[in-house]
Ligand binder design. Structure first.
Ligand code: PEP
Ligand code: MG
Length: 755
């Protein structure tokens, strides 16, 4: 029995007290005061340490703390959560009460700095809704664990349903909107904490600098004119320094990021050497401008020119020229320690090309804050691969901050602190030190289940740089190399020779272990900026293998490069987005043609790679028995398979909560694939994110999957999890999960198993 104090008023009493609540409202003239009275009264009735109300601002898509009893009231109006974020955001997103016996242990719990929640174990979040409208969430917390029971949840539901009607009152909503529209005071005064979404984990602190396509280069402090000969000399020195810096940078990143960053600073270097560019700056200085002013004037002339172009590749140069301007201005500061790059700075960007992300990461900023609009999947993937902390935030005010504003970016939780207090900085310093001092866990080479069955854990590699992490975390090979990144980042179709060099490097990095190279998978959310693939419905459009089969000239280059790079290696070639046996056969025919050509030309290559099909579409599941007979292996791409089976785009927040790995339809499809593969004795792996979902792991092992391919950083955790699972038990769990017809039944089963 839970250890609790039986002093709460019973539910009937509490519901009766609603009349009391309405009368509170009549007494109050402002909503903040009313809500405060409500939370006080409910906390008192429920004998609860904490009662808080969050209201949902639909337009801004955030839940805002509006009143609290028991937590830090200074944060009222400041704490913001997104739909689905934390236990509170999840309760509203899924429109169901959530009770947690030990909130701190829940993976959904989102700690909010300075709110004072640490001491409270029990957590009850009840959505406030009216019809289909989401209005907010009422949260109760108590220091004892498992304090709230089902009756409490029902009582609070009864209250919130009544409150909802009151809150929907036109006057109140008008006031709510009015309060949002209040004129902004200083951003730093009114809003020091911005809550966003972590895109790539990490923590960074520095001063802001804007990075954008549209605006002109501006310099924080005004700079006056000066003595021309002296100005010219300073400018020449800054120019030489920039050139040296860029050459060093190019060499440094060539090693680690050769597949995506080859010659990436070349355009900067070319521009620096261009007489028209630097010559125009010298002329400005000779005409009386200071070197800083000269740089800014000329850079902005180029910015105007480039940004007006209709050609996206020319537009992309806009940021190159601004970057260069930034570097020259920093070099002109005269401080010998200033490197001209982004060290010590946090970049604020409203939009970003993948190639820019790579350039930015190479210049080592502390973090990046990106405006949350139209961010495509590969930006997230790349940022993670490049270990750059990134937070997505919609709040425009953040992007209006003047350059040089101190910020601390917590890209683990998604918080951005503007002008952070010393206390916040100290807290993060401690956690940073703890991360750095963490002793590396001893990661086993092999993965063996609790009942001693062998399971193979491989790595998903997005760019070459990930190969190092894969080796460090003892991957048994590469289960998925997403070959599209060099195409996307370099903004071009690399030649056969260029691709050969990139693939060879990846293949050599695994030192004889199996390496699964996926052929080009573009379209959907992986847009090639240069291929002009604008489609109304890209996820149902020109994706993956369809693109390659329609462009045999591009596909042949890649297949030849892959075969050549795989010479002497345990090479597997994987075909994405296969929707029919016909597509699989066509791709195999083209591959055979390339193999024969290479043989005729006497070029060394791998003559017998295993060729596999990705199972990512419902049509592939239907035909899996045939594909399993034909293919050398199958790999489940659950990211796409779940999306297409359920018809849910998980990036769409309206339906994202319906993207469920353990949906009975998904479980049945996975089981069919596993059965077909086993019958045909066709090796089967899974390389989508479901492979790293600990709720899914017993199921996947239970249906017979023994090869899992995940992001390198997931490997240590997954190896440990597998070692605690007995395959016998996993089979029982899988059978039970397959017996359910409803999502809710599976969810409850997983929840009860987890506790
Ligand atoms: C998948 O769809 O599960 C997969 C691994 O491919 P991607 O995430 O690259 O689309
Ligand atoms: Mg996919």
């Amino acid at each position: 029995m839970p250890n609790r104090v039986p002093m709460k008023k019973n539910s009937v009493d509490l519901i009766w007290s609603i009349g009391e609540l309405s009368s509170l409202f009549e007494k109050r003239t402002n909503m903040g005061g009313f809500l405060q009275d409500v939370v006080e009264r409910i906390a008192q009735h429920m004998e609860s340490d904490v009662c808080s109300v969050y209201l949902y601002d639909e337009e801004a898509d955030t839940l805002v703390l509006r009143a609290t009893h028991g937590l830090n009231r200074e944060l009222v109006g400041q704490v913001q959560l997104r739909l689905g974020e934390g236990i509170t955001g999840t309760a509203l997103k899924e429109l169901r009460p959530i009770r947690e016996a030990r909130a701190g242990k829940s993976p959904r719990f989102k700690p909010i700095p300075n709110l004072g929640e640490e001491q409270y174990e029990s957590f009850l979040a009840v959505p406030i809704k009216r019809g289909l409208n989401r209005i907010g969430v009422m949260v109760l917390q108590h220091h004892q664990s498992d304090y709230f029971d089902v009756q409490d949840a029902r009582a609070i539901q009864a209250i919130t349903s009544q409150l909802a009607a009151t809150l929907e009152n036109v006057e109140i909503l008008m006031e709510l909107h009015g309060s949002r529209a209040q004129p902004e005071q200083s951003v730093a005064e009114r809003q020091r904490l911005f809550v966003g979404r972590p895109l790539s984990e990490g923590i960074g602190r520095g001063s802001t600098v804007s990075f954008g396509q549209r605006g002109e280069l501006i310099h924080a402090s005004p700079v006056g004119g000066g003595n021309a000969p002296e100005g010219c000399a300073r400018f020449e020195a800054a120019l030489r320094k920039a050139q040296e810096q860029l050459e060093v940078l190019q060499i440094e990143i060539e090693d680690d990021f050769a597949d995506v960053a080859s010659l990436i600073f070349n355009s900067h270097l070319l521009m620096l050497k261009d007489d028209q560019f630097s010559g125009a700056m010298i002329r400005e200085i000779e005409n009386g401008a200071s070197p800083e002013q000269a740089v800014i004037t000329v850079v902005n002339q180029y910015v105007t020119l480039f940004s007006q172009s209709r050609n996206s590749r020319v537009q992309e140069k806009t940021q190159d020229v601004k970057d260069l301007g930034h570097r020259l201005v920093r070099n002109l500061s005269g401080d010998p320690d200033v490197e001209g790059d982004y060290r010590g700075q946090v970049l604020l960007a409203t939009e970003l090309y993948p190639s820019e992300l790579v350039k930015i990461a190479a210049q080592q900023p502390e973090a990046l804050i990106l405006q949350d609009g139209g961010v495509t999947a590969h930006i997230a993937v790349l940022a993670r691969s490049m270990a750059l902390p990134v937070v997505l935030c919609r709040d425009e005010r953040l992007f209006g901050l003047p350059d040089g504003t101190p910020v601390l970016v917590d890209a683990v939780e998604g918080n951005v602190y503007v002008d952070p207090e010393q206390e916040v900085i100290d807290r993060y310093r401690e956690s940073l030190d703890a991360i750095q001092q963490a002793v590396a866990v001893d990661i086993p080479e092999q993965t063996i289940s609790a009942d001693r069955e062998r399971v193979h854990l491989l790595a998903n590699i997005n760019i070459f740089h990930d190969a190092r992490a894969a080796r460090k975390n003892k991957a048994e090979g590469i289960g998925l190399y997403r070959s599209e990144f060099p195409f996307i980042v370099q903004n071009t179709f690399p030649t056969e020779e260029e691709q050969y060099r990139i693939y060879r490097q990846v293949i050599e990095s695994v030192e004889g272990k199996p390496v699964t190279m996926r052929t080009l998978d573009v379209g959907g959310d992986k847009i090639l900026p240069h291929a002009d693939l604008h489609e109304t419905n890209p996820f149902l459009g020109f994706r993956g293998i369809r693109f390659c089969l329609a462009h045999p000239e591009i596909f042949r280059d890649q297949l030849r490069a892959l075969l050549r790079a795989g010479e002497g290696a345990d090479l597997r070639l994987m075909l994405p987005m296969i929707s029919s046996v016909d597509e699989f056969d066509s791709a195999c025919a083209l591959l055979e043609e390339c193999r024969r050509q290479l043989a005729d030309e006497g070029i060394p290559h791998n003559g017998k790679p295993l060729v596999g099909a990705m199972i990512e579409l419902p049509s592939a599941v239907e035909m899996v028995h045939v594909l399993a007979r034909k293919a050398g292996f199958l790999s489940i791409g659950s990211n796409d398979l779940v999306m297409y089976l359920l018809g849910v785009d998980r990036a769409n927040e309206r339906v994202g909560h319906m993207y469920i790995h353990y949906h009975p339809a998904v479980l049945r499809a996975l089981k069919r694939v596993a059965v077909a593969a086993a019958r045909a004795r066709c090796p089967l792996s899974i390389c989508g994110e479901a492979a790293a979902d600990e709720h899914m792991l017993p199921f996947l092992l239970g249906i017979g999957i023994r090869i899992l391919s995940v992001e390198p950083r997931q490997l240590p955790r997954l190896k440990q999890l597998v070692s605690r699972i007995s395959i016998r038990d996993a089979r029982g769990i899988a059978r039970r999960m397959l017996s359910f017809e409803r999502v809710e039944q599976v969810r409850r089963y997983l929840e009860s198993n987890a506790s």
